[in-house]
Design a protein around this ligand. Structure first.
Ligand code: ZN
Length: 508
């Protein structure tokens, strides 16, 4: 016998996964197109397409034969001695055990409802009409409950844990409760002290408007300089910026533009490009379709976007390089506005009704609110109809702001429309991972600031490639963090970073 039964089964499993990834990546293109190019009346067809593809992949993935191959792999010790094979087997097992518990009819209904709810949400948000979205949200919550109940049987997990596990393997709501409580205790006095010290008046970001076309030129320059490969990616426009990693050689980013503030689209472009660099750094050519070619968790994914958006894009060093570059592109609009002014402007701390426009200090309060409310919706402690009222109360209590309409309130985010319940906590985890990784990076690249001030990001990207990107799911998020930084995840580096930065900026 030339190869073990385990290895033969492994090869069949991998070849099946690769085939299925062709269908899944086709669904990704359809999802990207839904946000960037699809005409409004194409919605029903798109929902049917995504539902058919989702059901087909689910059906093939959950065949008994796939389970047999997995079992043969798991019985072959020699095979599992290779950490990459072992990681693929472990991760496929995790996924397979979840998927076999889901009936195909539910998979179909979730895919189709998510596509339609997303479209309903878009219209409802546009006209700030919560009543138009409410029945869809009820459906989304009901399907999320059904899904969680199918999977959680005998596992002793809460519904929320089961849902969160698809985005952040191993994360548990009870642990996050503790992390969030602790973070809130430290952030609240910091935010209050900043508010006390903040100078009155609007900071200057630019004079007059800057056409979208000129902003796009700058965004492309910065994103390319970060190391994003435009031969293997695109940058387009969408209402809600996102990054879609389609497959080897194809990673798509979007941003949005405001002519009265160029820093907003630049910062979204840098955020999405951070996701895009992770996607481009995953070993997709060699391992397409295998867990080894996929992001280990959304928290780690978000750490990459927040690192480039905030730790790089809101640093003094970055603006020393980017200000003259922007001034050259934008001419009179930036006349007399220096690097220090722009640095201060992009770091102003001011509670904002909108999560994605929030500063680094108040951002996580938005996540805590969503974490609490979506858990309450899922467990039936909060009725959908009561959501806007409870939302508005929390914004008043946490941020001291009045919510004038639901567009600026509970209708602002795309996630619930997409059926993504349990996703929000990964944003805060991303902020914490980013700050902790940054500490390790600064220890290992002492000249980092000088490099950034010259617009050189090669060594930084190389560090991320080596310590984060190339592993795919070979390491779990927790293992990756320990290996890259020497410590388990903690909120301390993030809090220390905020205190140092805003302490200096606001003279605290
Ligand atoms: Zn992101």
């Amino acid at each position: 016998m030339s190869e073990s039964t385990g290895l033969a089964a492994y090869r069949r499993l991998i070849s099946e996964l690769r085939e299925l990834a062709l269908f899944a990546s086709s669904a990704s293109i359809l999802g990207w197109d839904q946000e960037t190019g699809m005409p409004p009346r194409g919605g029903q067809l798109r929902a049917d397409q995504l539902s058919a593809l989702g059901a087909y992949v689910h059906q093939r993935y959950t065949r008994a034969e796939v389970g047999d191959w997995l079992a043969l792999c798991e019985a072959d010790e020699a095979l599992l001695a290779d950490p990459r094979f072992a990681a693929n087997v472990r991760e496929v097992r995790r996924e397979y055990d979840r998927e076999v518990l889901l009936p195909e009819s539910l998979v179909r209904e979730i895919a189709s409802t998510s596509a339609l709810a997303l479209q309903a949400w878009r219209g409802a948000r546009e006209s700030s009409d919560f009543a138009a979205f409410a029945p869809w949200l009820e459906k989304v919550i009901d399907l999320a409950r059904q899904k969680a109940d199918c999977i959680r049987a005998d596992r002793g997990l809460s519904r929320y844990d089961v849902l969160m596990d698809q985005y952040e393997p191993g994360a548990r709501a009870a642990d996050l409760d503790g992390v969030f409580r602790d973070l809130r205790l430290q952030l609240t006095p910091l935010i209050a002290a900043i508010a006390e010290a903040a100078p009155a008046g609007e900071p200057v970001v630019q004079r007059g408007t800057i056409p979208t076309a000129s902003q796009e030129v700058l965004n492309r320059e910065v994103v390319a300089r970060m190391g994003f490969d435009f031969e293997a990616g695109r940058l387009d426009v969408s209402t809600h910026p996102f990054c879609e990693g389609i497959g080897p050689g194809d990673t798509r980013l979007t941003t949005r533009y405001r002519e009265d503030d160029f820093t907003e689209s630049l910062s979204s472009a840098m955020h999405e490009a951070g996701h895009g660099l992770y996607e481009q750094g995953l070993p997709k050519e060699e391992h397409f379709g295998e867990p080894l070619s996929e992001a280990t968790s959304l928290g780690i994914h978000e750490s990459q976007s927040r690192l480039w958006e905030n730790l790089v894009g809101r640093s003094r060093a970055f603006w020393r390089w980017a200000t003259p570059l922007a001034a050259e592109r934008f001419g009179a609009a930036l006349e007399g506005i220096g690097a220090e002014t722009l640095y201060r402007t992009v770091n102003r701390v001011r509670p904002n009704l909108i999560r994605v426009d929030s500063d680094e200090a108040t951002y996580n309060l938005h996540i805590m609110l969503r974490f609490d409310l979506e858990r309450a919706l899922l467990e039936g402690d909060l009725a959908v109809a009561d959501l806007p009222g409870v939302w508005n109360e929390r914004i008043r209590a946490d941020l001291g702001l009045e919510v004038p309409n639901d567009r600026l309130g509970c209708l602002q985010d795309v996630h619930w429309g997409m059926g993504a319940i349990g996703y929000f906590p990964t944003y805060t985890l991303g902020n914490l991972y980013a700050a902790q990784l940054w500490g390790a990076i600064r220890r290992e690249i002492p000249d980092l600031e000088e490099e950034m001030a010259r617009g050189e990001f090669g060594r930084l990207l190389n560090w991320l490639r080596t310590h984060v990107h190339h592993f795919g799911r070979q390491l779990t998020a927790a293992e990756l963090c320990e290996r890259a930084t020497g410590e388990p995840l903690s909120a301390a580096p993030f809090v220390a970073y905020l205190r140092a930065k805003f302490g200096e900026l606001y003279g605290l």
